[in-house]
Design a protein. Structure first.
Lengths: 192, 415
């Protein structure tokens, strides 16, 4: 995760749900292909014209619907810099942090940013600036623990860093070996 | 304290908690299915940890069973292999939807903390448990540690009074509540249902109500356990957890009083669960497909209500009616009661128990501009297939009546 970056704004409205972020009909595609259909029902060109670090700016209740982690994972795969919304669904918010996708709450960003504006985000200081209008936009501070998880790249990465869970010897009862076929599904993250 | 606060206090070893507190709560049951598990297997195994308590882990393959594509087949394969590698004792493949199995097999008890890697895990609140959802990564954390952090939620108390009219169900009450709350009206909060209507409501109806709370953004939904809860669980569970009730002076962020005595059947219209109408307002909407199933509306009460109408009527020739019992146990009971026979003779297709058409991953996908009336919980754009598809959400009785007429229909007209 980059602590500080600039990107273009893509605006989305209220209640953007997980069925829109990652449409179910593409669920059998690998993540690399599935993410190309992100948000397709409302902005068909989105995933094709996106650049690294671009920022999603949305209204209330972003990510409502399924607890499936595939939605934040697909956005992370697209190299979205951050999602900024008036509010998030509980499950999307937790999942995004768990996998290391920056999520920022800002009641003002939706009004202060227009489609295509250039914004600068400084995660270390919870700052957002609209470079097009040259105005700073207030965002809720990211709690320190959550910033730590994001900076590590997600919950697992932060676990390994903190060593809160020291690896024990691997179980010897491993009767069934992990198939190579499995890797693709695991990377893809499954759906909830 | 209210029930949710009491459960979280106990699970985190504290005397009392209040909304906004962050607690590390012990998890009593962890649940995941074949579409969530493969997302964390590799990461979990890299940790090199044993599962904290194998007896407390429930694994169900239910989303696309039997699988219709290679991706889904691999998900089941990987889940089964994980279960075998870790010798997990509670694995259900093709026996029904995980939230139904949790109740039927006695994994839920009042007072427990139940966390599942599926949004509809909240269903178990119907039994007075604190039940909520997480994603795959946090599920792996639970499997390793047996606990997870939670923010103690503010509570909304919903008091429902009045006797329901004939052909009006728990589904109609919760859809009505969506119209009041909106789809983010309960974000991060707990919805606690009480009142004389809830006391009289069947367990199936209570499960339907708690099942849908997540779609109003809630962390959990909960109903204080009573005699009915105990009767249901005694039949299936060998021991009870600690029974808890809200204190009479418990704090609530908001209270909603609802009288349902005169309430019509309710329908949530496209493309949002809070776009709620009385059934009579939309009776001219033609439908192509009708779907009775899912963890929201595929229980015995739903099949009974539908087959009651189909004893006298047949499915409209232009409508495809798909029926998917929520579990094999429900399927068997429905066979014993002759319901399945009635439904098939009336022209319905009955599929095996799984999540089915609900998420657009199973059989019953919508084509371009197709209109479906469904007992499921979500009607978001593209949920069941093509983005132009339109989904109306209603009770099984309303879905059945609509399947008979070929358009949205008040079931009270059909009896």
């Amino acid at each position: 995760m980059k602590k500080r970056f600039q990107g273009r704004v893509w605006k989305f409205g209220d209640h953007i749900d997980t069925d829109v972020i990652t449409p179910g009909k593409y669920e059998n595609l690998p993540l690399e292909e599935l993410c190309r259909h992100c948000l397709e029902p409302i902005k068909a060109a989105f995933a094709h014209t996106l650049k690294d670090n671009d920022v999603l700016v949305a209204g209330v209740n972003f990510g409502c619907g399924s607890a499936r982690e595939i939605a934040p994972r697909a956005l992370k795969k697209l190299k979205i810099g951050a999602v900024v919304a008036k509010s998030f669904s509980r499950t999307f918010f937790r999942n995004a942090i768990a996998i290391g996708l920056p999520v920022l709450i800002s009641p003002q960003a939706f009004e202060a940013c227009h489609e295509g504006d250039r914004v600068m985000i400084d995660l270390a200081h919870s700052r957002l600036k609209n470079m097009t209008t040259k105005k700073a936009v207030p965002v809720d501070p990211i709690p320190k623990d959550i910033y730590g998880i994001l900076l590590s790249g997600g919950l697992f990465a932060s676990l390994r860093k903190k060593r809160r869970l020291k690896p024990k010897a691997r179980s010897r009862s491993a009767a069934v070996p992990m198939g190579t076929q499995s890797k693709r599904i695991q990377r893809q993250g499954g759906r909830g | 304290m209210n029930i949710t606060e009491k459960i979280l206090a106990r699970a985190s070893g504290q005397k009392s908690v209040k909304p906004g507190d962050i607690v590390e709560a012990r998890v009593d049951v962890a649940l995941f299915h074949e579409k969530a598990g493969p997302g964390f297997f590799e990461n979990f195994e890299k940790l090199g940890r044993e599962i904290w308590d194998k007896n407390k882990v429930v694994v169900v393959a239910d989303h696309a069973v039997p699988p219709s594509n290679i991706y889904s087949a691999n998900c089941i394969l990987e889940t089964r292999n994980f279960v075998l590698r870790h010798r997990l004792p509670h694995f259900y493949l093709g026996k029904g939807i995980c939230h139904q199995i949790m109740a039927e097999e006695g994994f839920v008890k009042p007072g427990l903390v139940i966390v599942g890697a599926d949004s509809h895990t909240v269903t178990q609140g119907a039994f007075g448990a604190f039940a909520t959802a997480v994603g795959s990564t946090e599920m792996a954390w639970i499997l390793a540690k047996g606990s997870l952090w939670f923010r103690v939620p503010e509570a909304i108390r919903i008091k429902v009074e009045g006797s329901l009219s004939e052909m009006v169900f728990g589904k109609d009450i919760i859809v009505k509540i969506f119209g009041i709350l909106g789809i983010d009206g309960a974000t991060y909060k707990t919805l606690e249902f009480m009142g004389s209507t809830i006391d009289e409501l069947s367990i199936d109806g209570r499960m339907t109500m708690c099942n849908m709370v997540v779609d109003a953004g809630a962390k959990n939904g909960i109903i204080g356990p009573d005699q009915r809860t105990c009767e249901y669980l005694q039949y299936r569970a060998d021991a009870f957890g600690e029974t808890v009730q809200s204190d009479s002076d418990a704090d609530y962020a908001r209270t909603i009083d609802l009288n349902v005595a005169q309430m019509e059947p309710q329908v949530a219209c496209p493309h949002s669960m809070d776009n709620v109408k009385n059934v009579r307002e939309i009776q001219d909407i033609k439908i192509d497909q009708a779907f009775i199933g899912t963890c929201t509306g595929g229980r015995l009460e739903d099949l009974r209500a539908a087959s009651r109408l189909f004893r006298k009527h047949r499915v409209h020739p232009e409508v495809m009616l798909v029926i998917t019992p929520a579990s094999n146990k429900i399927y068997q009971r429905a066979l014993d009661e002759g319901l399945i026979q009635t439904l098939i003779q009336a022209g319905a297709m009955v599929t095996n128990s799984n999540c089915g058409a609900c998420g657009g991953g199973g059989m019953g996908v919508l084509g371009e501009n197709e209109v479906c009336i469904s007992t499921a919980s979500r009607n978001t754009r593209g949920r069941m297939g093509h983005v132009s598809g339109q989904i109306y959400l209603a009770s099984a009785a309303t879905v059945a009546a609509s399947a008979i007429k070929g358009k949205v229909t008040d079931p009270r007209e059909m009896i």
